[in-house]
Design a protein around this ligand. Sequence first.
Ligand SMILES: C[S@@+](CC[C@H](N)C(=O)[O-])C[C@H]1O[C@@H](n2cnc3c(N)ncnc32)[C@H](O)[C@@H]1O
Length: 306
Amino acid sequence: MTTEKPATMFEPPPEPKRVTRVAGRSKKKAKKGAFTAETADIHELYQLAVQHVESEIDFIDEQFEKARGRKAASLREDFCGTGNTACEWVRRRKTNTAVGLDIDQPTLDWGAEHNVAPLTPEQRERVSLINRDVLNPGDATGLDTILAMNFSYWLFMTREAMLGYFKSVRDSLVDDGVFFLDFYGGYEAAREMTEDREIDEGVKSFIYVWDQHKFDPISGRMRCYIHFKFPDKTKIKHAFSYEWRLWTLPEIQELLAEAGFKKVTIFWEGADDEGEGDGEFEPVTEGEADPSYICYLMAEKQAPGT
Ligand SMILES: C[S@@+](CC[C@H](N)C(=O)[O-])C[C@H]1O[C@@H](n2cnc3c(N)ncnc32)[C@H](O)[C@@H]1O
């Protein structure tokens, strides 16, 4: 099996660009300790803006136990990037172990320095971040749970490639193992649009920009970027680039079943009084025609009770 990399119809992704001068006006002076394009670390910004590893691990821990009647101990974080989630897992319990797989060495190195090194020596013993393709996990098998988060698995562009990945995940799990994935959809998912979100971290505040840059309805292929903007008007353009296929939820469920998972559960987010997502995900068999939603899938290798 090889990672599917068909010829792209898009231009190669631009390199990240730090815009440190503001055209036509002087840039505001950055406050002491504030982020600015010249010095901001894109992995730190990504972790602050995109990841909520504590609530993600809360969810996984709780749902695994509910489904399988025991606590999970061994976890594999596929497409782990900086390994933030794997580190959260080993902080949770002394019996927890984690392995992260990613093919980008500089990102793994950043994770080793900023996420693994601050752990206690005992916690560090229980986590490893490995430069390895998720399609060839090697000895990273026999696991209670495997995670594919932040839609990373969408980089598999064909049914065949996605099925190959799901089968490999299934083979890497113990008999009562569980695979967790996230998913986003709704009719806005296919729109070429940008969305700004303010990340309020006191003096370290900034704006995260999600850019659905180009979508091809024929292939379902999509190019997305993450940009960052700072209070002093400087910015980092194309800090992260993604090219993936915009899959549908029925397709993913069908492929999980085809790969041999015996039960797939969809967790839908509840709403607060203003109709905004409340961060609480509950199992459902029917969703709502939300213009833009995030949900989780839980795929069990064996049928419940077996
Ligand atoms: C969207 S980032 C996700 C980072 C992290 N999992 C998270 O939740 O924020 C996608 C990551 O997948 C990695 N990646 C891409 N193809 C891969 C492959 N075949 N095997 C392992 N990692 C891969 C990239 O290097 C990148 O770090």
